[in-house]
Design a protein around this ligand. Structure first.
Ligand SMILES: Nc1ncnc2c1ncn2[C@@H]1O[C@H](COP(=O)(O)OP(=O)(O)OP(=O)(O)O)[C@@H](O)[C@H]1O
Length: 327
């Protein structure tokens, strides 16, 4: 199976995709690839161009330059309906006058699949999204989380080789988001589709995607395996965006990345504690260290090392990395 997949063209390839809105360069030569059956998260702060890239892939925006290939086919000039993609946006956009089953069967029906077959596919997709019991309801009779599952089922029912999701969990409360996040990865795998997922949420990217592309001001600044990108950010800006607490000034033009794994509380010289914040499983403390202010999370047991207003802290210098400071 795996060999077959590798021999197949990627689900999606972008070559130097560029899109302007007036003087805003929303996408600035973005190149990336989503292998068959894999999920790539497009991750970046608000306004960096994530949705623009996704909309160009879907055919909802026309790029000013570059090429979009889906399954090895150049679709740059094709209208959305000819592109074979399943779309899930943050506002669901279900048809209010159709039942859930009608909504989910709509895609295959439009592609000429006979009604019985389209409804069978829709039921299969609703089962995958774990809401088969909702098929007779109208969208107005669904909760936000249910609507989002139906929107996912609708995208799955198209059996498109590429699914595009724009902040699919952002309208849900924290509990529902955690619940659906846990299901999505399995759902993506079961679909076999390539998935391009837009999110500004680092945790969501890490939980859902094997691959990550970090975007900043229209450009894809770092791409790779999700764990690798999080563990080895290429620049200070990427590290800070990914939530690294300790990005310290380095030699001119450089920053020093200090992973928490390089910090040894309870060893070394006493350092003054300059801030402390209770967390879920212990306490986050910031100490003044000769390298700069360092923040670390202490378990309840490690917090025993805190003495009055100091913490002994040793830094394993072998674990530090210098990267360009592009902040
Ligand atoms: N239709 C449009 N007309 C003019 N400018 C636009 C349009 N769509 C997007 N932009 C601009 O292009 C840039 C990228 O927007 P985009 O929506 O792609 O960012 P994003 O990363 O998806 O942001 P968010 O996370 O806030 O949704 C922004 O500066 C935005 O204001």
């Amino acid at each position: 199976m795996r060999q077959n997949r590798e021999a197949m063209p990627p689900a999606l390839t972008l070559h130097a995709l560029t899109k302007r809105f007036g003087s805003t360069l929303a996408a600035d030569g973005v190149s990336l690839s989503v292998p068959q059956g894999e999920t790539l998260a497009l991750l970046g702060p608000s306004g960096c161009g994530k949705s623009t890239v996704l909309r160009c892939v879907a055919g909802l925006e026309r790029p000013d330059g570059g090429r979009v290939e889906i399954g090895g086919r150049d679709v740059t000039a094709l209208p959305p309906e000819a592109r074979q993609v399943g779309l899930v946006f943050q506002d669901y956009a279900l048809f209010p006058h159709l039942s859930v089953l009608g909504n989910v069967a709509y895609g295959p029906r439009r592609r000429g699949v006979p009604r019985a077959e389209a409804e069978a596919r829709a039921r299969g997709a609703l089962a995958l999204a774990q809401v088969p019991e909702l098929e007779g309801r109208r969208p107005a009779q669904l909760s936000g989380g249910q609507q989002q599952r139906v929107a996912l089922a609708r995208a799955l029912a198209t059996r498109s080789p590429l699914l595009l999701l724009d902040e699919p969990l952002s309208n849900l409360d924290e509990r529902l988001r955690a619940e659906l996040r846990a299901d999505l990865r399995g759902l993506f795998a079961a679909s076999g589709a390539g998935v391009l997922l837009v999110t500004h949420d680092q945790r969501e990217a890490l939980a859902l995607a094997g691959q990550v592309a970090v975007m900043r001001a229209g450009r894809a600044v770092q791409q790779g395996g999700a764990a690798e990108v999080f563990a080895r950010p290429a620049t200070a800006w990427v590290a800070a965006f990914l939530g690294w607490a300790n990005v310290l000034p380095g030699p001119p033009g450089q920053a020093l990345l200090v992973p928490e794994a390089a910090l040894r509380p309870g060893e070394g010289e006493p350092c003054p504690v300059i801030a402390r914040q209770p967390g879920e499983a212990g306490v986050a403390v910031t100490v003044s260290h000769p390298l700069g202010p360092l923040t670390l999370h202490l378990s309840v047991r490690e917090a025993a090392h805190l003495e009055a207003d100091t913490l002994r802290l040793d830094v394993d210098r072998a674990g530090l990395r210098e990267v360009p400071d592009d902040r």
